[in-house]
Design a binder for this molecule. Structure first.
Ligand SMILES: C[S@@+](CC[C@H](N)C(=O)[O-])C[C@H]1O[C@@H](n2cnc3c(N)ncnc32)[C@H](O)[C@@H]1O
Length: 269
């Protein structure tokens, strides 16, 4: 495992780091991570060949570690030294072979060095695009890092989910404001976070050269709940969330949208 020098690029997520860390392992985080994992793994090749994966904005490394446990080699890139350190600590509890497949590198996914170009079989970017200046810029950066024929997995904030959460918590004024909103102040204390519609994500990926494979909703029934640990009903909750996430109209109202796209085999940079 390697942790290198941090990039000086501004990180819009930085004010939310402590609150994000405090929420790890609680029910909303666990539902999110488990759904993303299941939805993604269903699209990975079943064969023994390990993939080379980029986890762009890997944060504390949850998905990077899950993928390394499956045998894949994963490079996690993030701007936050604090979260890279958390990833490093989490990975240090893994078995030696899993640890060897992981590396964590400080850097800006929007300014990756040329060595990353067209390199990865799978490029993940989960819960990051809403903090980046544009969806188009994010899509281009992810596509640039992906090899022809490779997969992209991107988790974005869903615009309809803003009003849903406000309404489900009984905050009627916020719900009314949210119907036409593009931005919102999130629970981590980060202001004016962008939320995108599923077809906008698909259009941005298509414009960058990637073809839609599937899209899912993530966290519909449990998005409004408070910060509490998973209860005994967690497996049933995840099963219900997974079902809602894969079918209309439920997936359109979830807090997050998980989009999986593929680059054509013949694509040139
Ligand atoms: C909500 S956390 C998500 C962490 C992880 N991907 C997950 O799903 O659990 C957002 C992460 O994006 C990182 N981030 C934000 N902008 C970034 C950028 N331009 N390049 C790399 N990482 C970035 C933040 O530092 C933070 O770790």
């Amino acid at each position: 495992m390697a942790v290198t020098e941090a990039s000086p690029a501004p990180d819009r997520f930085d004010p939310g780091v402590d609150a994000w860390l405090a929420g790890l392992g609680l029910v909303r985080d666990r539902v999110r991570q488990e759904l993303v994992r299941r939805q993604l793994v269903a699209h990975l090749p079943a064969g023994p060949e390990p993939l080379l994966v980029l986890d762009a904005g890997c944060g504390q490394g949850t998905q990077a570690i899950e993928l390394a446990r499956l045998g894949h080699r994963v490079v996690g890139v993030d701007l936050s030294e604090t979260l890279l350190e958390a990833a490093h600590i989490a990975a240090s509890g893994e078995q030696e072979d899993v640890r060897r497949r992981l590396s964590f590198v400080a850097g800006d996914l929007l300014a990756l060095e040329d060595g990353h170009a067209q390199r990865y079989d799978l490029v993940c970017c989960h819960g990051v695009a809403m903090y980046l200046p544009s969806l188009a810029g994010a899509a281009h950066a992810l596509v640039d890092a992906c090899r022809p024929g490779g997969l992209i997995s991107i988790l974005t904030r869903n615009r309809a989910g803003i009003a849903m959460r406000a309404g489900m918590t009984g905050d009627w004024a916020a719900a009314l404001d949210a119907f036409d909103a593009r931005h919102y102040d999130n629970r981590l204390g980060i202001t004016s976070v962008r939320a995108d519609e599923p077809d906008e994500v698909q259009a941005a990926l298509a414009a960058a050269g990637a073809t839609l494979v599937a899209w899912y909703g993530v966290r519909l029934f449990s998005d409004h709940v408070g910060q509490r640990p998973p209860g005994r009903d967690f497996p049933d909750l995840v099963a219900a969330e997974e079902e809602a996430g894969r079918r209309d109209p439920f997936r359109s109202l979830a807090a997050l949208t998980h989009t999986i796209a593929r680059l054509p085999l013949g694509r040139k940079r």
